[in-house]
Each structure stands twice: as structure tokens, then as C-alpha cells.
Design a protein around this ligand. Structure first.
Ligand code: NAP
Length: 507
């Protein structure tokens, strides 16, 4: 393809100047620069990297409204949402700067030598985490700022000490270019090697595939479709030297509506559900795409409230014509399924990418008989599974695929049943919520935005929150190295400057 341009999400029409279509030579140059920069970059102090991350945040803010307008045009998302997302992006960078300054992420462990131990002396052992190497980051279309060029994966990899090569998302090339330039200015201002950050652009699968194949890439962060994530996992596993791919892919985020909660506030829950379902045209990886409940009057009140509220929901511009087409196909397939009833739909939109919200219902028996009913329809689509009793509801949960989140809407009288469900949900999801809606992911130390397959390709990590730094680190143990050879944070003199475990105890 010779002409690669920004697409206006609302009209589907190309706008602005063409962007570079990068190819194999550019991938090679970016990876060579990243590899060359790695040793210099990983030798920087925690404070130097913290200053760098803060500087990236400042440079992003300094772009001003041009960034918000580009993101609005390319994603169709409203101003307030994107201003919030910019704040979240800068906040994430700031969080990792704090993580670096605190130093706990290094997980320093010291087992002092025991020269007199019988029958054998114990050597001096000191452990810390070190960066993996250059990281390839694939940003998401649905968060053009917070999960993209300078998003969570970039921030955590840079914090870890890994150079980053971003494969820009073709749905927002202008937004990506503005943010990439901000990072490049920060690299220069901090006196770091250029290869610490590179940005590759182009609209073909081959660009990303070549990046993951490059032997200098040590890990991959990805957010997007199941097909895209699995394609990259396969490439990474087939390399002569396989590497980890942290792919966040698809999740329908079950919400269990418990009997007592439905009895007490079924209608209010129905209205609140419609608000969560339709937020951001439903284009959240945590969108509530699956509801489960036991038959009863409370459930009927819930459904009636949703049936009343949803037709008032305006159609919203979706991120790309491709995502709109996939959404439309997914909802049409559900609507025409002989075991699925369409409860309600939102308003019809005017633009060619306007997504119309949809709410369906089916029985547990039908859901268990057809696994396609549990597949993600990315957008404001959700299906309620009506169960006869707790056993059937539990069976549906056990049959569901791995999820980013699982929610229990409950009252006090539901506690016993909820206690029986929590162990089931622990095996299914990375985050378990009570009395909330899964959309809205706090950037915090105790957050997990990850989960069993297919919500991610590796359930051991998170892409949001300070724990995300772990995915780009590995442990190294230093045995009997003299102080002259030890890294600064492992020397005796570093005591008190960062958390450590000495002989397994804080100290
Ligand atoms: P996508 O098609 O998976 O694309 C994500 C990134 O991966 C893009 O940079 C894309 O660039 C690249 N890519 C995709 N397939 C590839 C392959 N086979 N080899 C190499 N690179 C590949 O995702 P999207 O366009 O953002 O959205 C499409 C669908 O993804 C949605 O309908 C939804 O189902 C899902 N999605 C999920 C989440 C989530 O949070 N879980 C978020 C957004 C989207 P190229 O196309 O240039 O190769």
C-alpha cells in the first residue's frame, strides 16, 4: 500500500497528509538502535529514569489541544473522555516514576554468607530484577492515549529499563505521531540514546510480524483482537529464541445479578447496567457483555428497566469502520440466533460507523449448548443468561472462558451464595468486583488488568497498575560478588534506601 492516511472515524474518509509506510529496513534500524541503547539505558539510575518518565508526561501535556483534536477525529471519542485519558496517560507515567524512586519493584533479597555453616558454608547471595531487553509495543485502538504510544506497556517497559519500539496503531496515526514526537523530545532532553524509543507506522500485518520476529526484541506487549494477539504469540513461539507475548485480547466480563439484590433493586440495576453497557459505545475491554441471574420477579424488573432505558441510548461513532462492521455482524448473528431473544436496542445512528447498542437474552441450557454465544462482540452488546437455579448459574460460570473481570451485584442476604461463587470466579478472572460495573479500571498498586486465556495470553501479569513493570523484568542472583562488582542497589551501603529482604525478613 502506498497511501497510508488518517481516517476520520465519523465519516470513514481519509484526512490530512500521508504517513510513512515503514518496512523491513525500518524495523531493522529501530531494533538495532534499541539493542545499542539497551546497555546505556539499563545502566541509568532509578532517579534518571523517573525524571525521564515525568518529562514524557510534561511533553505530552505541552502538545496541548492539537493532541485532543487529532484523537477526537481519529477515534470518534468525545473531548471529555480523551482529556481524561490524557490525564490517565500522564498519571501512569508519574506512577512508574514513583515506583522507580521507591525501588521495591527490584525485589532485592540478600542472604548473607554463612562461612561457618555445617556441613557446608552458605555463599553470599543477592537478588534483584533486571530488564529483559528491547520491547515491542502494539497499542490499542480503543484507548488512543492510555493504551497506545505512551500507554501502560510503554511506561512500564521504559520504567523497567527496556528500550521500546512501538508499532503504531493504524487507526490513530496522527495521535500516535504527536505522542511519539513528545517521547523523542524527552529522550533528547534527558540525554538518552535515540534508540530508547522508536515508532513504526504502517497499515499491514507484516510490519508488526517482522518486529516480533526480530531477534533483538525480547518481549511483546499487545492489546487488540484475539486473532491479532494469537498471530503474534505464534510468531514469538516459532522464533529460534522464543519470547513472552503479553497479549490482552477478548473478555465479556460476566456480571452475576444475585437474587436478593434483584429483589431489592432489580429496576435500578437494570438502568445502571444500560449506562455501563453504552459508555464509550461499549468499546471497553471490560464492557459487561454477559449477565447471569436466576429466574424471578427481581430479574423481570431488571429486564423491564433495561428494555425501557436502552431505546433512549443514542448511537455512537465507533472507532473504525472495521470495528463497526465486526460489531454489526456480531449483533446480527445474535439477533438471528433461534435461541436468543433481542430484549432491546438503542437508537439508530446516522453516521456510517454509528453503533447501535443491543441487549439479548437466552437460557442457560442454550448458552451451554453453543459456545459461540460466549464470544466477545466488541461494542455495546450484552447477553443475559437466565438460569433456573444456583447450580445452573454455577455451571454457566464454569463453562465461560477466562475473563479480565467478574462482578457480583449483591445484597447482604446474598453473602452465602457469593462466598460459594468467589472460588469459581477466582479461576476465571483477574479482577473480582462487588456492587460495581467492570468498566473503569483504576491505575493503582493493587490493580490487575489481566486474566486467564483468552482475556490475555499470560495470566501471570497485568497491563494496568504498578505491578505491570514485572512483565518486563527477570531475576538475577549474584553469588559471592565483591562490593566493587555488585550493582549499587545490592551493596550493603544501599540499606535504608530501598525495601529489601535480608534472610527472608524485611531489612
Ligand atoms: P487488532 O486488529 O488486533 O490490531 C491491533 C494491532 O495489532 C494493530 O497495530 C494491528 O496492526 C496489529 N495486528 C493485528 N493483527 C496482526 C497480525 N496478524 N500480525 C501482526 N500484527 C497484527 O485490533 P483493533 O484493530 O484495535 O480492533 C479490532 C478488534 O480487537 C475489536 O473488534 C475487538 O474485538 C478487539 N479489541 C479488543 C480490545 C481489548 O481491550 N481486549 C481492545 C481493542 C480491540 P495492523 O492491522 O497494521 O497489522
Amino acid at each position: 500500500m502506498t497511501d497510508f492516511r488518517s481516517i476520520d472515524a465519523a465519516t470513514g474518509q481519509p484526512v490530512g497528509e500521508p504517513f510513512a509506510v515503514h518496512g523491513p529496513t525500518d524495523v531493522d534500524a529501530a531494533c538495532a538502535a534499541a539493542e545499542e541503547a539497551f546497555d546505556v539505558y539499563r545502566a541509568t539510575s532509578r532517579e534518571e529514569r523517573a525524571v525521564f518518565l515525568d518529562k514524557i508526561g510534561a511533553e505530552i501535556m505541552a502538545i496541548g489541544d492539537e493532541l485532543i483534536e487529532a484523537a477526537m477525529r481519529e477515534s470518534g471519542l468525545p473531548r471529555a473522555r480523551l482529556e481524561g485519558e490524557r490525564g490517565r496517560t500522564v498519571g501512569q507515567l508519574g506512577l512508574f516514576a514513583k515506583v522507580l524512586r521507591a525501588g521495591a519493584y527490584l525485589q532485592v533479597r540478600i542472604d548473607p554468607a554463612m562461612p561457618d555453616r555445617q556441613p557446608l558454608p552458605r555463599p553470599d547471595l543477592r537478588l534483584r530484577m533486571v530488564p529483559l531487553g528491547p520491547v515491542a509495543v502494539f497499542g490499542a485502538s480503543n484507548f488512543p492515549l492510555a493504551f497506545s504510544t505512551a500507554g501502560g506497556d510503554t511506561a512500564s517497559a521504559l520504567a523497567a529499563g527496556c528500550p521500546v519500539v512501538v508499532k503504531g496503531h493504524p487507526a490513530h496515526p496522527q495521535t500516535g505521531a504527536l505522542v511519539a514526537a513528545a517521547i523523542e523530545r524527552a529522550v533528547e532532553a534527558c540525554g538518552l540514546p535515540k534508540g530508547v524509543f522508536s515508532h513504526l507506522t504502517g497499515p499491514s500485518n507484516e510490519l508488526g510480524a517482522a518486529l516480533v520476529r526480530d531477534p533483538r526484541i525480547a518481549a511483546v506487549g499487545f492489546t487488540g483482537s484475539r486473532a491479532g494477539g494469537l498471530a503474534l504469540v505464534k510468531i514469538a513461539q516459532e522464533r529460534p529464541v522464543p519470547i513472552p507475548v503479553y497479549a490482552e485480547m477478548s473478555s465479556i466480563n460476566p456480571v452475576v445479578l444475585m437474587p436478593e439484590a434483584l429483589k431489592a433493586r432489580g429496576a435500578a440495576l437494570g438502568t445502571a447496567f444500560v449506562g455501563s453497557l453504552t459508555m464509550g459505545a461499549g468499546q471497553f475491554c471490560t464492557n459487561p457483555g454477559l449477565l447471569l441471574a436466576i429466574e424471578g420477579e427481581g430479574l423481570d424488573a431488571f429486564v423491564e428497566a433495561a428494555r425501557t432505558a436502552l431505546p433512549e441510548a443514542a448511537a455512537q461513532t465507533m472507532l473504525t469502520p472495521g470495528i463497526h462492521a465486526a460489531y454489526t455482524k456480531g449483533t446480527e448473528t445474535l439477533a438471528s440466533h433461534d435461541k436468543v431473544e433481542t430484549v432491546a436496542q438503542g437508537k439508530v445512528g446516522e453516521g456510517i460507523t454509528a453503533g447501535r447498542a443491543a441487549f439479548f437474552q437466552t437460557t442457560a441450557e442454550a448458552f451451554l449448548a453453543d459456545e459461540t454465544l460466549g464470544h466477545e462482540v466488541f461494542g455495546a452488546s450484552s447477553i443475559l443468561v437466565r438460569c433456573r437455579d444456583e447450580a445452573e448459574l454455577t455451571a454457566v460460570l464454569k463453562a465461560a472462558e477466562g475473563q479480565l473481570t467478574a462482578t457480583i451485584q449483591m445484597d447482604e442476604g446474598d453473602t452465602d451464595m457469593a462466598a460459594r461463587l468467589v472460588p469459581v470466579l477466582e479461576r476465571k478472572a483477574g479482577r473480582i468486583l462487588a456492587n460495581g460495573w467492570p468498566t473503569g479500571v483504576e491505575v493503582a498498586h493493587a490493580m490487575v488488568h489481566g486474566g486467564p486465556f483468552p482475556s490475555t495470553s499470560d495470566a501471570r501479569t497485568t497491563s494496568v497498575g504498578s505491578l505491570a513493570i514485572d512483565r518486563y523484568l527477570r531475576p538475577v542472583s549474584y553469588q559471592n560478588l565483591s562490593a566493587a562488582l555488585l550493582p549499587q542497589d545490592l551493596k550493603d551501603e544501599a540499606a535504608g534506601t530501598l525495601p529489601r529482604r535480608v534472610d527472608g525478613q524485611p531489612g
